[in-house]
Structures are given as structure tokens and as C-alpha cells.
Design a protein. Sequence first.
Length: 254
Amino acid sequence: MLTDTHTHLYSEAFNEDRTTMIQRAREAGVSRFFIPAIDSESTQAMYALEQQFPKEIFLMMGLHPTSVKENFKDELTHVKEQFEKRRFYAVGEIGIDLYWDKSTLEIQKTAFKTQIQLAKKYKLPIVIHCRDAFDEIFEVLETEKDDRLFGIFHCFTGTLEQARKAIRFNMKLGIGGVVTFKNGKIDQFLNQIDIKHIVLETDSPYLSPVPFRGKRNESSYLELVCKKVAEIYNISEEEVASSTTRNSKEVFGI
């Protein structure tokens, strides 16, 4: 059994074939799909997806760093209101993204810290988005470090040293299609990380693994990520699936 710990199945990229795409994932052994939020505009699409596939879809709630704009306080109010209404399995995806816009760094930090504190309130994991911002992410995590801080460093693309630092903050490493890239680099050191610290993800429709790189990603391709991880650790794909699903249960509590 495989668990896709990060997939945007509500994305418009799947509007033409969402049901058949999810069926392909099932046939590939993927039985659990964890869905990150982006902002208030994605909320209803997430809820509709959950209603259609209630036994397999597990929702997160949060404000994505690239959606942290002038109205971020209103967006954070929306996030808090959703938590008052229902259950979620994580606060995510949240973090800092300096690839697209460095000018919003300070409000991104504020939004990140606010949502970490929300996760602690509800005793939930956080799911971190980090792009060109490892130092800034670690700076915030250092201020929030305690026994209640845990979660997943989604789409981990850092160095071995950064991986170990993330783990010290009680984070699992989310490993996706990048592990199959020739220039992805994480394949060069991943086997130095105990497999108990990693989970698998696709981030579909983004970051397709080889040989689909550059095309739309989907959850069925998680088996390609699993295969590559098995090669790196020199263990069976079944062992990777079992271990990483067990790790996801530890994080999400289900």
C-alpha cells in the first residue's frame, strides 16, 4: 500500500479525467491521498473532492506562501474559521517561497509562524513548502521548536546537512519526482538517512518523475518514486511502500 502524502487532486489540471486518474492510482497501489490547501479559492474544490472520495481523501488546511499577499490576514482568518468547523489532518501547505517574490518575506514569516501556532493548538503536523528559503524556514522553526512541532518537509530538495537539520525539528522528508532527476542530487545521499524519516509524495500535477518529467504528474506515478527509492536503499519496493506508509501514519495519525 502506497500513500501519496502530497497531491493537488482538486487542481484544474485533472478536470477532464479526475476519476479515471484516481482509479489509475488505485491500480498502482496508492490507497491514501493527502491534499494540501493553497488559499480560500481552493477550499470548495477540496471539499468536493473529499465528498466524492471520502474513504481515500484526507484534507489539510493552510495558506500557501505564494498566496501570502496584502490580504493575508483575511486569508488566515479563513483558515482559522475552517478549523473551527471541521477536522483536518495537517496545517499545510505553509512555509516560505522566495523564488517568485522576495518582497513578501516578512509577511510570509508572519503567516508561517501563525500557522505553526495553529497546528500546535490543534495538535497537528505542519506540511512545509520551502523554495529558495532553507535558512529562513529554519530560522522560524528555531523560534517555534518544542515537543509540539512536527510534520513533513514537503518536496525536500536540500543537502544532506539540511536534511539532518529538518529531521532534528521533528520533520519527515517528503520525497517525490525530484529523486528521479539526474540533477536532483538527493539520490546521492538519501540512503544516509534512515528510511523511518521519509514519506513519499507526487505533488501532482507538478514535478513528474522520469520518464514523464515535464508532463502532468499524477498519483499513479508514485510507484516510480517508490521504485527509485528502493534502488537507492537497496531494498524491495514492498518494503519502501510499507515503511513510508507507516511513517505517514505516524505523522498524520491515521
